[in-house]
Design a protein around this ligand. Structure first.
Ligand code: ADP
Length: 475
C-alpha cells in the first residue's frame, strides 16, 4: 500500500503486482498521473488498474475506463467482497486480453508466413522459363505465368479466363481431355503429354506438358508445367529419319553387294573355264609369251574370285549372325591357332598370350577376328626375324582391353585408320598377298559387339592392334 502516487509507482516497479487499486485524488501525483505513468512503462502497462472514485463522479469513472482502467469502484460503496470481485474481474479481463493478443499474434505470424511462401512460389512460377498454369476441370485457365508470352505469344492476362482448348490444335484436343480424364480416374493424378499450341501469330508450337491434379476447395484443379519442344521434336524427327535412311541404305548395300557378288561369279567362272580350255587344247601351240599371258589371266581371275568371295563375306556379316552368348576368348584363340598351325610352324613364329577373359558375343565371328589379326602378324613379318606375337588382356573401367602385338614391318601412323577401310592395302600384292578386306571385317565385327578396334605402333618395332570389348558380369 502506498500513500501517494510517487510511492505507488515506485512500489509497483519493485513488486510488479498482479493488480493495482488507485485513488483519484492523492497528494503529489494524482490518479490520472499514475495511470499515465503506468501506461508509459512497458513493465507495468499490462497490470490491471482499478480506480476508486468519489461519489457522484461517474463521468470521471467513464473517462478512466476510456483511459484503460479495468474497473472502478465508488468510494462510499466499497466492501471487501466488492473489492475482491473487482480485482478478480480485472485479472480475468487481463487473462482474456492476453489470450486474444497471443491468438492475434499467432494469426498474424501465420498470415505473414503464408504471404511469404506465396510470394516465393509466385516468384518461382514467374521466373522459370516453362509456363506454369492452373486450370479448372473444364479447361478454363485460372492462372498462367509470364512464360506464356515466350511460349506461345500471349500475355498471361490475355489467356486467363479463356478455355485452354481455344489454343490447342483441333487434332490434339481429345488427347488433352483424355489425359485429364485418365489422371482424375486412374489414381495417378498426373499426366505427361505432347501437343500443339497455336501461337498468337498463327503457327503451331509443339509443347510437352506435365499436369498434376490438385484438390482445391471442393473442386479439382490442374496445375501444368508446359515447355516448348518444337526444336527437340524436329531434331528427334530428323534423327529418326536419318536412322531409317541409314538402315535402308545399309540394307540396300548389303543386298547390292550380295547380288553383285553372285552375278559376278557366274561370268568369271565362264572366263576361268574358257581360259583353262585354251590352255588344255591350244597350250602346246602357244609360245612361252602366250602361255605366260594365259597364266596371268588365270591369276587375275583367281584374284577376282577371291575379291568377290571377300565382298560376299563382308556383306553377309550382319545377315548371318548367331545370337550373342558367353564366349571364352581362350577357346577362341585356341581355334584360331589351330587353323594357323601350319603357317606358324613354317614361319618359326612364337605366339605368347595372357589368360584371356570371357565376353558376350558371336564365337565364330570373334574367332575370325583373332585369326585375321594373327594371320596378318605372320604375313607382315620382317624377313630377318621370326614373327613373335604377344596377346594381353586387362580390364579398363567397364570394358576389356585386348592387345595383339607383333614385331613385324609396322604401319605408318598416317594410314592407321585407312587400313580398316575395305580393300585398302599399304603393300604390293606381289610382296604380301591379300585383298585388303580382313581388317574391315574385323572392325565391323568388333563394332557389332559394341567395341572398338584400332592400331598403334609397337615398341621398338611392329604394330599393336587393340580391341575394346564391353565387360559383363558372369551370372
Ligand atoms: P590384307 O591382309 O588382305 O591386305 P587387311 O585388311 O587384313 O588386308 O590389311 C590391310 C592392310 O593393313 C594390309 O594390306 C597391310 O598393309 C596393313 N596391315 C595389316 N596388318 C598388319 C600388320 N600386322 N603389320 C603391318 N601391316 C599390317
Amino acid at each position: 500500500m502506498a500513500v501517494d502516487g510517487t510511492q505507488a509507482l515506485r512500489l509497483a516497479r519493485e513488486v510488479l503486482p498482479a493488480a493495482i487499486t488507485v485513488d483519484m485524488i492523492m497528494p503529489g501525483l494524482d490518479g490520472w498521473d499514475v495511470l499515465d505513468a503506468l501506461g508509459k512503462d512497458p513493465a507495468l502497462a499490462d497490470i490491471p488498474v482499478i480506480m476508486l472514485t468519489g461519489q457522484g463522479s461517474e463521468r470521471v469513472a467513464v473517462e478512466a475506463l476510456k483511459q484503460g482502467v479495468a474497473d472502478y469502484l465508488v468510494k462510499g460503496d466499497i466492501t471487501a467482497h466488492g473489492l475482491c470481485r473487482a480485482v478478480e474481474g480485472a485479472l480475468e479481463q487481463q487473462r482474456l486480453r492476453r489470450e486474444v493478443e497471443t491468438a492475434q499474434h499467432a494469426m498474424l505470424q501465420a498470415h505473414e508466413a503464408l504471404r511469404e511462401s506465396e510470394r516465393r512460389y509466385r516468384e518461382l512460377a514467374e521466373r522459370v522459363s516453362d509456363m506454369i498454369s492452373r486450370h479448372a476441370p473444364d479447361g478454363t485457365i485460372l492462372y498462367a505465368s509470364p512464360a506464356a508470352r515466350p511460349l506461345f505469344g500471349y500475355l498471361p492476362e490475355a489467356v486467363t479466363g479463356q478455355s485452354v482448348y481455344r489454343f490447342i490444335h483441333p487434332d490434339d484436343e481429345d488427347l488433352l481431355r483424355q489425359a485429364y480424364l485418365n489422371a482424375t480416374t486412374d489414381g495417378t493424378r498426373t499426366y505427361l503429354i505432347r501437343y500443339r499450341l497455336r501461337h498468337e501469330e498463327g503457327h503451331y508450337v509443339w509443347v510437352e506438358s506435365t499436369g498434376q491434379i490438385i484438390q482445391s476447395d471442393q473442386q479439382h484443379q490442374i496445375v501444368a508445367v508446359t515447355r516448348n519442344i518444337t526444336e527437340r521434336r524436329e531434331a528427334e524427327q530428323q534423327l529418326a529419319f536419318h536412322a531409317e535412311e541409314l538402315a535402308r541404305s545399309n540394307r540396300d548395300l548389303e543386298q547390292f553387294a550380295y547380288v553383285a557378288s553372285h552375278d559376278l561369279q557366274e561370268p568369271l567362272r565362264a572366263v576361268n573355264g574358257y581360259l583353262r580350255l585354251i590352255q588344255r587344247q591350244h597350250g602346246e601351240a602357244l609360245d612361252a609369251g602366250g602361255q605366260e599371258k594365259i597364266a596371268r589371266a588365270l591369276r587375275g581371275v583367281a584374284y577376282m574370285q577371291q575379291l568377290i568371295a571377300d565382298l560376299l563375306a563382308y556383306a553377309r556379316l550382319n545377315a548371318r549372325t548367331a545370337p550373342f552368348e558367353a564366349v571364352d576368348l581362350d577357346a577362341v584363340l585356341a581355334t584360331a591357332l589351330e587353323a594357323l598351325a601350319e603357317r606358324i610352324e613354317a614361319r618359326g613364329a612364337s605366339i605368347q598370350h595372357d589368360p584371356l577373359p570371357s565376353v558376350r558375343g558371336d564365337a565364330r565371328q570373334l574367332t575370325q577376328v583373332l585369326q585375321n589379326l594373327l594371320s596378318n602378324a605372320l604375313k607382315f613379318a620382317r624377313e630377318e626375324v621370326p614373327p613373335a606375337v604377344h596377346l594381353t588382356a586387362r580390364p579398363v573401367d567397364d570394358h576389356w582391353l585386348i592387345s595383339v602385338q607383333d614385331n613385324g614391318i609396322g604401319i605408318d601412323p598416317d594410314y592407321a585408320e585407312r587400313i580398316f577401310e575395305i580393300f585398302h592395302r599399304l603393300n604390293a600384292r606381289e610382296e604380301y598377298p591379300g585383298t585388303g578386306i580382313g581388317l574391315s571385317i574385323c572392325k565391323r565385327i568388333i563394332e557389332r559387339h559394341h567395341g572398338r578396334l584400332w592400331v598403334e605402333p609397337a615398341d621398338p618395332c611392329g604394330s599393336v592392334f587393340l580391341i575394346e570389348l564391353p565387360r559383363y558380369e558372369t551370372p
